[in-house]
Design a protein around this ligand. Sequence first.
Ligand SMILES: Nc1ncnc2c1ncn2[C@@H]1O[C@H](COP(=O)(O)OP(=O)(O)O)[C@@H](O)[C@H]1O
Ligand SMILES: [Mg+2]
Length: 446
Amino acid sequence: MSLEQAFQALPPDADERKVESIFSKPFLNALGFSEEEIVPGFRIGNWAVDQAVRKNTGNDIFLHTQKDPYLYMEVKGRLANLSGEMYPDYRNTVLQLKRYLLAPSSKSVKWGLIMNSLHVQLFRKHGKIVHPVTSCLSLEGDLKQVVKLLRQHIESPPRALTIALYNNKGGVGKTTTTINLAATLALYKKKVLVIDFDHNQSDLGDALNLSPLKNKVLGVLKGKDADIRDIITPYRLKHPSLQEPLGFDVILADEAFAGELDEAKLRQVLKLHDLYKSLESLKNDYDYILIDSPPNWRLFAQKAIYAADVVLIPARHDNLHSLQNASTAITQFIPEMREKRRVIKESGPIVLPIFMNNAPTNPAPFQVTLMHNAIVQIIKKSKKEAGFDLTPYFYPKYCKGKKNLDMVSIPYMAFIPRADFMHMPAAFAFKPAREQYKNLVMEYFL
Ligand SMILES: Nc1ncnc2c1ncn2[C@@H]1O[C@H](COP(=O)(O)OP(=O)(O)O)[C@@H](O)[C@H]1O
Ligand SMILES: [Mg+2]
């Protein structure tokens, strides 16, 4: 049966069993997987995902060996609404898929699909991160087009995860965290590119003793007669104890974009998607691309968020504005950019739990109470005004029955600003700082 015939054969209220028996196989066939590359009811510990697939290689027939699955598909009935985030069915199915993708026995899996024969959405797994790649695609229109789009992603998985560090507030640790995440990921042998997109401050280059670029970035963003590889500067630490120099690559800020720029004029020359486009050719060269953004919501911050797979937001316990700004970014700014990515049938970035930078090691109880009270007010306000529940972004371990208020944090450490004076990431210079950033990397990424 062809995919179109299978689609026509399904009644409007087809339950999960019907969708499974009539539609799943033709759909996976259309995605390029043959009979012997598909295992229904694939076991993951005590669970089972509806479908698992992987290309056969030589004598290794996936149906027989059932080893190293590549993609999981969780199937639902037509009455389960998978058309958007506002539907509980959608949210529960995504949670279910995430559990499967992150299970210890799913190491080899790169992709996940949720599908009910009316809608389908593709998710990618990168280390500990699971993020949506496409928007929720309707299968009621041009089926062939949707299949083609999914295949393009699945058949050429990009290597890099793109992370934007953002808070509309300055001084919260965006630049410091960008540099130290890059250094720590490099310690784990990951290949990392860092982009200083805060052209006004260019603190990132300063912290590494690298001078800003001069009139180089515009050409790259415009995609004209300029290769992005030509503006990459390697930052390497040489030390007798190291077999090879350790470090990461950097695209420095550009002086041409510093100062008070005319935003309207800039928008005539530059496009929202140009950073995203410029990075495409680098996505197989790096494991991580980190973008340090400016503390505002103007063009360069928007480009950084538009280009990202995930956004990481640092905030400070003692700075109310940084907490409020985190909330505005999550409920307004980032959804704006997701909306723009949906135009090209992509999902746009997800937001990781906020982390508290500069947290006191032994905080006075009143300080802790002050912060939690402020956060509770922020959560209440956004629930009331925008119907948006910020709880998981502030308290990632909080759930019904377990009111755990633990937050992700990096403590205040004198080593961290001291490393700036040495023009070196603190994670390279000082072991205690390294330990803290290793925790952060393990919490989010590895
Ligand atoms: N965890 C920390 N402990 C101590 N100082 C920190 C910490 N994180 C950042 N800093 C310092 O705070 C200042 C502001 O950080 P920065 O990364 O420049 O913020 P942003 O990029 O958000 O403006 C810098 O001097 C930096 O060294
Ligand atoms: Mg900065």
